[in-house]
Design a protein. Structure first.
Length: 150
C-alpha cells in the first residue's frame, strides 16, 4: 500500500465547541492539511458511530479540543480512549487547550501530553499547532477564507 503524502487528522470535540472547531478546521485545511471533522463528514442516513470508528481507524493524527464540555462528553472520552490505546496514534495525539478544564477527568494520561494552548492567543495557538507538521502559519490564508465567505 502506498503511503499517503499528507496525513489525515481526526478532530475530537464536544458539540458545544463547534464554533472554535469550525475556525480550527478552516485554518488547517487552508494550510493544506486533511481533517476528518464530524460536521463536514457525517451526513444524514449514515450510522455516525460507524463513520467515526472508520475515521479513527484510518486517520494518522488525533487532535482533542479540551474544554469543560469536552471533559463531560461521552463521545470525546470514547475517542480519546481509542486513540490512547491505538498504536497508530503513538506520539500523534495533540491536546488543544481551548478552555481551562480538568483534563484528568477525561483521561489520567492526557495531561502528560504536550498540549497547544489556545486560551490566551488563538493565532499563536494556530501557529504552534501547524508547526507539528512543519507548516508555517499564514494569516493571509485565513483572511482570504473569511473574505470569500462574505
Amino acid at each position: 500500500m502506498a503511503a499517503r503524502l499528507r496525513p489525515e487528522i481526526f478532530l475530537s470535540h464536544a458539540h458545544q465547541d463547534r464554533a472554535f472547531a469550525d475556525r480550527l478546521v478552516a485554518v488547517l485545511r487552508r494550510h493544506g492539511l486533511r481533517v476528518w471533522y464530524s460536521r463536514t463528514h457525517l451526513v444524514g442516513a449514515k450510522r455516525w458511530h460507524d463513520e467515526i470508528g472508520r475515521a479513527l481507524d484510518r486517520c494518522d493524527w488525533c487532535l482533542v479540543i479540551l474544554s469543560p464540555e469536552a471533559v463531560k462528553s461521552d463521545w470525546v472520552s470514547r475517542e480519546v480512549v481509542y486513540a490512547l490505546n491505538a498504536e497508530r496514534y503513538r506520539d500523534r495525539i495533540v491536546p488543544l487547550l481551548y478552555k481551562r478544564c480538568r483534563v484528568r477527568r477525561l483521561s489520567w494520561v492526557l495531561p502528560e501530553y504536550q498540549h497547544v494552548d489556545f486560551t490566551t492567543d488563538e493565532e499563536r495557538g494556530f501557529a504552534e499547532l501547524l508547526r507539528v507538521w512543519n507548516v508555517r502559519y499564514s494569516r493571509a490564508r485565513v483572511r482570504s477564507t473569511t473574505r470569500s465567505r462574505r
